[in-house]
Structures are given as C-alpha cells and as structure tokens.
Design a protein around this ligand. Structure first.
Ligand SMILES: Nc1ncnc2c1ncn2[C@@H]1O[C@H](COP(=O)(O)OP(=O)(O)OP(=O)(O)O)[C@@H](O)[C@H]1O
Ligand SMILES: [Mg+2]
Length: 170
C-alpha cells in the first residue's frame, strides 16, 4: 500500500508493555477528531488489537469489549460514538473487501480502525492515519504517519511524548 505523498510522520514511540501500549493508544485516541480512519500494520502479535483495547477506553468503552475481529472481520463498539474495528487478515480480494461492508460504515461520529490494511492498495486513500507496529527485543515500536492536521494535533497533545527526531517533514 503506497501512502499519499503529503503525509507527515512523528518519531518512533517505544512501548515496553501491553499496559503502556493501551495507555499510548488512549492518548492518541483523545487527540483525534471523530471521523478519523486509522490503519494498523504489523506482524502477528505486534500489538494492533492491544492498541484498539486502549483506544476505546478514551471514549468510555470497556477494553474487554474489544476482541480480535480476525473471524468476525468487523466489530463495533460503543453506542453513541461508535468505533469500528476491522481485521482484513482473512480477506483475499478487493471484491471480498467490498462485500465486508467496510466502505459502507458511517463513522463521522466515531472511528474506524483497520488491521492489515496494507493488503489492499485501494485502502490507501481511505486512511487518515497509519500506524506501523514493530516487535523489538524488549517490547514494541510504533511508527505514526498521517495527514498533516492530525499529526499536528498529536504533536500538540501535551501527553504525547516528543522524541528527539520530532518534527514534520515527511
Ligand atoms: N509492549 C507490548 N505491546 C503490546 N503487546 C505486547 C507487548 N509486549 C507483549 N505483548 C503481547 O503481544 C501480543 C499482542 O497481541 P495483539 O493481539 O495485540 O497483536 P495483533 O497485532 O493484533 O496480532 P494479529 O495480527 O494476530 O491480530 C499480546 O499477547 C500482548 O500481551
Ligand atoms: Mg489483531
């Protein structure tokens, strides 16, 4: 999946524990406006679903409501503000992707988080933010890229730790 040219990046965030992954996700969630779609990329067990567990808690949803959508494909959490959580690991073609109903989801008043989006080129322009998760010797790493205004919001979030490479500029 190639990313749009005008994307910006934040420094890598190192995450030691699953609890820290959830805390980081909550901070990121609070800094984002409803209507944001987020791609979560990384090998099996990299922490994508753990991230979603933390993300939903920013909107008063219990983290235990979040389960892996590997078989259900799309999960939905919350009632007022709705958070959709998709996992495309088992989806094999663009046709099949369309049939999941992913493109019909209305999340103006919520969020859409997608695991394994990189399998589909057609999703590149559908995402506002793109997180890459890496497994490190002693934890996990997240690399965040996204649209300029969202990255600025994250950068300004007082809770979001600024790394030494902080700065916009691709
Ligand atoms: N620093 C960390 N951050 C997140 N998860 C961690 C960390 N250290 C260990 N883990 C463990 O790694 C696993 C991450 O699983 P998770 O289901 O979140 O991954 P995933 O990326 O969604 O995988 P899949 O592609 O299979 O859906 C969990 O068992 C979690 O406890
Ligand atoms: Mg998962």
């Amino acid at each position: 999946m190639s990313r749009p040219a005008q994307w910006f990046k934040l420094p890598e965030v190192f995450i030691k524990t699953p609890a820290e992954m959830m805390r980081t996700a909550k901070i990121i969630a609070k800094a984002l406006p409803p209507g944001t779609s987020i791609g979560l990329t990384g090998e099996l067990g990299a922490g994508k679903t753990t991230f979603v567990k933390g993300f939903v808690t920013a909107y008063g949803i219990n983290r235990d409501a979040v389960t892996s959508p590997t078989f259900t494909i799309i999960n939905e959490y919350g009632d007022g503000l709705r958070i959709f959580h998709a996992d495309l690991y088992r989806i094999g073609s663009d046709d099949e992707l369309v049939r999941t109903g992913l493109y019909d989801l209305k999340f103006d008043n919520g969020f859409l988080l997608i695991e394994w989006p990189e399998k589909f080129k057609s999703l590149a322009n559908y995402l506002d933010l793109f997180l890459v998760f890496g497994i490190e010797k002693q934890g996990r790493m997240i690399r965040i890229t996204g649209k300029k205004e969202l990255m600025a919001r994250l950068g300004k979030s007082k809770n979001f730790k600024r790394g030494k490479n902080y700065g916009f500029g691709g």
